[in-house]
Write a protein that binds this ligand. Structure first.
Ligand code: UDX
Length: 447
């Protein structure tokens, strides 16, 4: 089937590549000429395991191509996926200007039936706005082409996006049109061989499903972070508590890992946007607001611990930092806890020596050259001459470091672990003082 994808960001590119992989003819359109040029030359703008291979072989096979030409893009596909960004406005609500701009372009150039599919995470009611924007252009042109608007949210996890797309838990399709439903069924057939993955519903429910899924997951994390903070003050071990509650299948083991807060392109933005949507319809979403404020505070917890250790005097201290990306297997730094930590440390006069297996370039791009940031080539280099070590991301290579080396390289033998990677006794054996999240040795114990 012929498919057009607007937006070659994370969602658009993964969707385009995977649909081309199973045989569809996909044209990806982006207004960023540089990006399209690089994609045409086989350069993938994001780090996502497996993506480069699929892009290169589908391009070679002639099933995936790229363009900056809107007219060509609209002409190509019966299905027009909108996968452009929806950055937060100043007040946290999703900015729809790119989505509606694509909708207008579709209306401006369409020459027959099209299905316009919202793939971007968009607030409930966006499909109506997309429909109105397409219709307005058709009216302006004095044309009466038939079209449908569908909500088809994505549930991809960075670092596992290809796997998630190829073997989805569910494919949510919100539509009021049988014709569109049949076309979507056909497109997704290769990913739905078990025939039980597609969930059809009305458009608004599909739009809300995406936010509900992310807000639920973010709630689980903030809940566990609150329990962790409580455990620290009560002398309990949150890791034991986690195992104790996870064994209840109604709770489950997934997404109850406490840490230094959630980041990324979805959770922070979506929780905020849903809370703003709620207040827009006169509902005070108390739980969503609490999830957000717990996470905000949690991102400062590592700094609080370091600062407490040095009795508030961080001026001139050197902090080794392992992990910059918001989670492992990505170079994405959006809303990463490492950023809050670094910014807090810099404000307090400390210097950071950082290492991340993938996000070094991204860090350089965001922060540029500054005296209080040294980007190190290895995790060992980051330790040299540092006072203490802080861990923000649970990369595999941080799980079993040479603790003897850690203990001897640091000026003070202290490890602050924002991801609970180690057992406290283990570090004790190397005479390392260990401050994790909600467990064992901690500075806030009241008992
Ligand atoms: C998320 C959703 O999982 C995905 O379904 C949606 O489509 C987009 O948002 P992603 O942002 O890629 O995906 O990351 P995810 O693996 O979900 O992690 C998000 C954040 O939560 C990370 O910062 C991670 O460290 C944190 N996290 C996750 C925890 O702190 N504890 C956990 O138990 C799980």
């Amino acid at each position: 089937m012929k498919i057009t994808i607007f937006g070659t960001g994370y969602v658009g590119l993964v969707t385009g590549a995977c649909l081309a992989d199973v045989g569809h003819e996909v044209l990806c359109m982006d207004v960023d000429e540089g990006k399209i040029e690089r994609l045409k030359n086989g350069q993938i703008p994001i780090y996502e395991p497996g993506l480069a291979g699929i892009v290169s072989h589908t391009v070679e096979a002639g099933r995936l191509s790229f363009t900056t030409n809107v007219e060509e893009a609209v002409a190509h596909g019966v299905l027009q996926f909108i996968a452009v960004g929806t950055p937060p406005d100043e007040d946290g609500s999703a900015d729809l200007q790119y989505v509606t701009a694509v909708a207008r372009s579709i209306g401006q150039f369409m020459d027959g039936y099209k299905v316009v599919i919202d793939k971007s995470t968009v607030p409930v009611g966006t499909a109506d706005k997309v429909r109105a924007a397409v219709q307005a252009e058709l009216d302006r042109r004095g044309l009466d082409h038939d079209f449908d608007v569908v909500s088809n949210p994505e549930f991809l996890k960075e670092g596992a996006a290809i796997q998630d797309f190829m073997k989805p838990d569910r494919i949510v399709v919100g539509t009021d049109s049988e014709k569109a439903a049949e076309l979507l069924q056909e497109v997704y057939y290769p990913f739905n061989r078990s025939r039980d993955r597609m969930v059809f519903m009305d458009i608004r429910s599909a739009e809300l499903t995406k936010y509900a899924a992310n807000a639920m997951l973010a709630t689980k994390i903030s809940f566990m972070n609150e329990i962790a903070n409580l455990a620290e003050r009560l002398g309990a071990d949150v890791e034991a508590v986690r195992q104790g509650i996870g064994s209840d299948p109604r709770i489950g083991y997934h997404f109850i890992y406490p840490g230094c807060g959630y980041g990324g392109s979805c959770f922070p933005k979506d929780v905020q946007a849903l809370a703003r949507t709620a207040s827009g319809v006169g509902y005070d979403a108390k739980l969503l607001n609490a999830v957000e404020s717990v996470n905000y505070a949690q991102k400062h917890v590592l700094f609080d611990k370091v600062s407490h250790y040095f009795q508030g005097n961080l001026d001139g201290k050197v902090v080794a930092l392992w992990g910059l990306a918001f989670k492992p297997n990505t170079d994405d730094m959006r809303e990463a806890s490492s950023r809050t930590l670094m910014e807090d440390l810099w404000k307090a006069g400390a210097k950071v020596q950082a290492f991340d297996p993938e996000a070094m370039e991204e860090t350089q791009r965001i922060y540029g050259d500054r005296d209080d940031l040294v980007l190190c080539g290895t995790k060992e280099q980051a330790l040299k001459g540092a006072d203490v070590l802080v861990i923000c991301t649970e990369w595999k290579e941080f799980r079993s470091p040479d603790f003897e080396l850690v203990a001897s390289a640091l000026r003070e033998p202290v490890v602050f672990d924002g991801r609970n990677l180690y057992e406290p006794e283990m570090l004790d054996r190397y005479d390392l003082i260990y401050y994790a999240i909600g467990r064992g040795t901690n500075q806030f114990s009241q008992v």
